[in-house]
Design a protein around this ligand. Structure first.
Ligand code: HEM
Length: 413
């Protein structure tokens, strides 16, 4: 069995002077050793100042209640200087509605929200179901395969292509642009400079500009490009703002659900008694979906910048300070969530988690994400299929997208 996050061992202990503790290092997420550091911060220094990091000084907010207090106070904690710990250089900055406050934020959010409204979701459910069936039916029978690529990416990328009404045969471009968009450039890596990242993303902008030019001439339809092209709130956007909103919607719809799909399969393998519970009580699927999303926490953090001086968890925050809300830590806060380090599909108040954020920027696509996961699990159970994890998962070295690049599995006999 793969190692569970609640069983992290001594090799993952967090023995470092508090003043030097920097929880933003990507390698701690990649080797899954981050848990003890957050546990220590929640106990010893819940609102922690890190003076020196690759991203400059920043505050870590690690407990559930403090995170909710910051997330619901957009006047004191603004997203306008960015929502990740990384500071994007000015010339590469792309505005988007997650980085805006009222009233423009609400105008743009309301423009695209019909795509995840009740009417749209009802239509999408049968499409998702037929796609899930086709994907499950096409999986290799007698050999190991990568669940991330063949199921998680495939299902979420197909959905994203539908939301944009994007040419289906080119859909893997969406996966590619999503991966590039969330990569902070690093020497020696495929994306080694901000210029390189911007060059690739400008290809994304060009492609979508062609679609925009077609849609603007046509009657309004229910797809993300048409919604934006025909709305007074978005039809005058500068190219950089169009790109920013595209990246928001592509990453929002892609990486998050993808990693919940992978996490769910991994956790059910790590906790066979929970899988048994689910097989015996399929009515628990919706509850299991919420628990998967809490336990995975696909977006590890959101960042804000203090717009005024204020106090959080007894600490004095000054105007201009960078404040990082670690959802991944708040979701393991034992003061709010009993037995928080364990995966329990029928826990009390299962929807009480931080994975979708709170306040004006609370996730727009959360019902769609839950729908995709629910249908997937309904279909796995009704097909009587089981997938055995046959190797360690490969995790992404990111402090923002908490997820996987590979999970080897095999269909169990
Ligand atoms: C915002 C998580 C799926 C689109 C957010 C935020 C989080 C989040 C943490 C920011 C909340 C805040 O700042 O308070 C997730 C998770 C998902 C998921 C965990 C899946 C399990 C989706 C999907 C879509 C989507 C499927 C698109 C269809 C968005 C958008 C925003 C957002 C557009 C910005 C909302 C705003 O600024 O008003 N999401 N998301 N998300 N999400 Fe999701």
């Amino acid at each position: 069995m793969t190692r569970r996050s609640e069983d992290y061992g001594a090799e993952a202990s967090c023995v470092i002077p508090l003043s030097k503790l920097d929880v933003s290092e990507g390698k701690r997420f990649q080797d899954d050793s981050i848990w003890t550091c957050f546990e220590r911060l929640r106990k010893e220094d819940p609102v922690h100042y890190c003076q020196d990091s690759a991203h400059g000084p920043y505050w870590s907010v690690t407990k559930y209640r403090d995170i909710v207090a910051v997330d619901t106070n957009h006047k004191a904690f603004s997203s306008e200087q960015g929502v990740t710990i990384v500071d994007v250089p000015g010339e590469h900055w792309t505005p988007s509605f997650i980085k805006m406050g009222p009233p423009k934020h609400a105008e743009q959010r309301n423009t695209v929200s019909p795509i995840v409204g009740p009417e749209s979701l009802t239509k999408l459910e049968s499409l998702i179901r037929s796609r899930v069936r086709a994907i499950l039916a096409g999986l290799p029978r007698n050999e190991a395969f990568n669940w991330v690529d063949m199921v998680s990416i495939e299902l979420t990328t197909q959905m994203l292509a539908t939301l944009f009404d994007f040419p289906f045969e080119d859909r893997r471009l969406l996966t590619y642009w999503s991966n590039v968009a969330v990569t902070a450039p690093k020497a020696g890596h495929a994306i080694d400079s901000w210029d390189k990242r911007s060059t690739i993303l400008s290809e994304c902008l060009d492609y979508f500009t062609r679609l925009w030019n077609e849609r603007i001439k046509a009657e309004p339809r229910l797809d993300l490009i048409s919604l934006m092209a025909h709305s007074p709130a978005t039809r005058q956007m500068e190219p950089s703002e169009f790109l920013g909103n595209l990246i928001l919607l592509i990453v929002g719809g892609n990486d998050t659900t993808r990693n919940s799909i992978t996490g769910g399969l991994l956790f059910m393998n790590q906790y066979p008694s929970e899988l048994r519970k689910l097989i015996d009580n399929p009515e628990l699927i919706s509850s299991a979906v919420s628990e998967i999303i809490r336990y995975q926490t696909p977006i590890a953090h959101m960042r804000r910048t203090a717009a005024i001086d204020s106090i959080v968890g007894g600490k004095q925050i000054r105007k201009g300070d960078k404040v990082v809300m670690w959802y991944i830590s708040g979701n393991r806060d034992e003061e709010i969530i009993e037995n928080a380090n364990s995966f329990v599909i029928d826990r009390k108040n299962v929807r009480q988690h931080l994975s979708f954020g709170f306040g004006i920027h609370r996730c727009l696509g959360r019902h769609l994400a839950e729908l995709q996961l629910r249908v997937l699990w309904e279909e796995i159970l009704s097909a009587g299929l089981w997938f055995e994890v046959v190797g360690e998962p490969e995790r992404i070295a990111s402090n923002f997208v908490h997820g996987y690049s590979a999970l080897p599995v095999r269909i169990a006999a």
